[in-house]
Design a protein around this ligand. Structure first.
Ligand code: SME
Length: 161
């Protein structure tokens, strides 16, 4: 794989987001195994995004969102579809950005350090089958550019998971 993390922390947001998408394109060209892809992509997001404390996947199984590959502290293994930010993004079929998780009535705090959260639904044949979840220890953390880029990232990988 021709990819390096070196120097990404010094890039401005636009360059870093563009590098993100390049990495993801290389990954999906290189490897189609869902576990391998989700593992590397969560590690990549975590190591190259400023101020994140958790990044990972939840996938629909038996009517619940079940924990997939992630980086961060151990998290809830199963989320019901009637509570929390992930469930909201899943049910609404929309990117859900919460600038202050303490203002979100039924936010599920897997890590008490989380202050803001971004959840991106993953689609197959028009149906949501999982989410990519990012948590930050800073309020109002996610920029419009990041939301757009992580959405593009999800669209690139969702057909392989
Ligand atoms: N905060 C999420 C739960 C998952 S953890 O953040 C990893 C939610 O409210 O659904």
């Amino acid at each position: 794989m021709t990819f390096t993390l070196k120097g990404m922390d010094k890039m401005d947001d636009k360059a870093r987001m563009s590098e993100f998408l390049n990495f993801v394109k290389i990954q999906v060209d290189d490897e189609k195994d869902p576990l391998a892809l989700m593992s590397n992509i969560s590690a990549f997001i975590m190591s190259c995004t400023r101020k994140l404390n958790w990044a990972g996947f939840y996938l629909l199984k038996d009517g619940q969102l079940v924990l997939g590959p992630f980086q961060g502290l151990p998290a809830c293994t199963r989320l019901s579809l009637d509570k929390g930010v992930c469930a909201k993004a899943f049910n609404d079929k929309k990117i859900t950005k919460v600038d202050d998780v303490h203002e979100f009535a039924d936010h599920i705090a897997c890590d008490s350090a989380s202050e803001s959260e971004l959840v991106i639904p993953l689609f197959r044949d028009g149906k949501v089958y999982g989410v990519l979840d990012l948590d930050s220890p800073e309020k109002n953390r996610f920029t419009d550019l990041e939301v757009k880029t992580f959405d593009q990232l999800a669209r690139l990988i969702e057909k392989f998971l």
